[in-house]
Design a protein around this ligand. Structure first.
Ligand code: HEM
Length: 253
């Protein structure tokens, strides 16, 4: 006999996508937070991640000069600190903290999440956790410690190299990249299911293939950038220096 709680679980045919709980009104105040959490995963957090991997970091494939130009462009955006604060840091903090709360609640309340047995469900949580560990460490080391790359963008290639040339840190970068790429790619599929953007069994399956392809594109682009950092000789990181034709010279500012 179905319990009262399980009778509220979504089923195929009642507008839900099989195995994915839709976001519905009337579920208390958490409905708005769940919607905000879901949306923030796409905009701005997902959009930022895609830009960060596919555009900004891919310029490293063109070498130190191309990378420095991109970092300089980003660092000189108007009101850059507020763009970072409201466009990246606060949305990631909200998505991550509420994500951990959903994870914690889901474990103790499996009836509300009928797809907990699904390994995709588990992977979405663990990839979020690994991405979180990586993002906190990466933001701290690249943005808030060591040489300030907004003031000295020419040091950026060397600063990344100083980390990824260590095998253990390189593997941490790879783990962060793969986890974040999977989390976003499958997250786009989840988002489309929950918001009713892609409906119907066939369309849903096809879209899953597209999302999987996006995962490989993100991971491939990220690995190509990492390979570029590892294949160049270590560039200098001292403020005011730049490498021209493999020689370190004083930068004219
Ligand atoms: C790399 C940065 C991140 C991006 C781009 C991102 C993006 C997304 C997207 C697009 C979704 C699907 C939205 C939906 O379920 O409707 C999602 C879901 C989720 N995210 Fe993230 N996320 C990130 C980081 C994190 C972190 C650090 C956590 C912390 C654990 C997290 C936890 C979750 C959870 C638990 C879900 C599933 C929610 C559910 O099943 O209802 N995410 N994320």
């Amino acid at each position: 006999m179905a319990s009262a709680a399980s009778s509220t679980a979504p089923r195929v045919g009642d507008g839900a996508v099989k195995g994915v709980a839709p976001l519905r009104a009337g579920q208390g105040t958490s409905f708005v937070l769940r919607r905000l959490h879901s949306l923030s995963g796409i905009v701005p957090v997902g959009a930022f991640l895609a830009e960060h991997i596919l555009v900004s970091n891919s310029t490293a494939i063109g070498g130190p000069d191309a990378y420095a130009r991109q970092v300089s462009f980003l660092a000189n955006l108007p009101l850059v600190f507020f763009l970072e604060l409201f466009g990246i840091w606060l949305p990631i903090a909200f998505h991550a903290l509420y994500g951990f709360y959903i994870w914690y609640r889901g474990e103790g309340n499996t009836i509300a999440y009928p797809w907990t047995g699904n390994w995709m469900y588990t992977a979405q949580r663990w990839t979020g956790g690994v991405a979180f560990a990586y993002i906190v460490w990466h933001t701290w080391t690249m943005r808030f410690s060591g040489i300030d790359l907004h003031a000295y963008p020419n040091a950026s290639f060397g600063k990344v190299q100083a980390e990824v040339l260590h095998t253990s840190l390189f593997l941490f970068y790879v783990a962060g990249l793969v986890a974040a790429s999977w989390h976003l790619a499958y997250g786009i599929w989840l988002f489309s299911a929950k918001w009713g953007i892609v409906s119907g069994e066939r369309a849903r399956k096809r879209f899953l293939v597209l999302c999987l392809a996006f995962f490989f594109v993100l991971t491939g682009a990220g690995l190509a950038s990492l390979t570029s950092f590892r294949s160049h000789p270590q560039q200098p990181m001292e403020p005011g220096t730049v490498v021209i034709n493999n020689r370190q010279v004083t930068e004219s500012r």
